[in-house]
Design a protein around this ligand. Sequence first.
Ligand code: XMP
Length: 331
Amino acid sequence: DWVMRDHIAEAVQAIREQVGDEEVILGLSGGVDSSVAAALIHRAIGDQLTCVFVDHGLLRLHEGDAVMEMFEGKLHAKVVRADASERFLGELAGVTDPEAKRKIIGREFVEVFKAEAAKIKHTHSRHVAWLAQGTIYPDVIESGGAKSKKAVTIKSHHNVGGLPEQLGLKLLEPLRDLFKDEVRELGVALGLPPEMVYRHPFPGPGLGVRILGEVKKEYADLLRAADDIFIQELRNHVDAVTGKTWYELTSQAFTVFLPVRSVGVMGDGRTYDYVVALRAVQTSDFMTADWAELPYALLKKVSGRIINEVRGINRVTYDVSSKPPATIEWE
Ligand code: XMP
């Protein structure tokens, strides 16, 4: 529409004026905000933008490839993919405490990003002067109101504060004035696929907090396979009343890996395999949330498929806990 086109033209002009002929680095996560920021900045300055995509190995199935396909393949943006899965798994070995895992993932993320940014700074002929971030208006409010927050951190979120200073870069935040809905509309107008722009939020530590206790590659692979089936079926199942898919009818849905084994039967044999829990919630602000009343037919399909298709998982449970007192994530 016209309003959106004017909006884009204005934003593009503003970015060009701000950046001039300098270079910009952006941390691309595959999430909505960094994706839209990348698409917008790329529209404005093309190859003056280099995206750094830190792949911690705790993403969902094929997610890393999808990010590359979209930004490098379709938009022809410059993207450096730092495959750091070995490094993250190494650092996480033996660590079971949720907050300790978050701290390690956050710390390593910053280290890998800094190392990549430093390489880019040294190889570019033009002056790398900007760090772009997909900060949106609610993030600005949240950090401004930090003083009034409870002293107790229930879960420490990814904190990349201080990064621009450490890298000696200026901040470029073209989405600072926008609410989430506006960011999504902008993303669609910039040509990003709706599935990407309207996806459920995904935590920075990724599957690292969806594998209970110690993170292992074997667990991450099983979880990815199971979770992919759950998400596929949520997208496939349309609610007759609203005409919407169950993916659209839930605010966040995912699978959790429980590192315990239970007994089952398969053919003539006995199995002794892992358990997963399905989690789906409806919420407007993620501060409180109700567990979603998914149709039994959907749950049945998902559990049947996971148990039949994912060797190593023989039991699927559904989480019927609301927030509070449970949190949305299990860690
Ligand atoms: P909880 O589990 O606290 O989750 O009810 C509320 C929302 O926050 C997300 N979440 C995180 N996001 N880093 C993130 O970027 C984190 O460490 C983290 N922990 C929880 C969660 O996915 C939900 O949307």
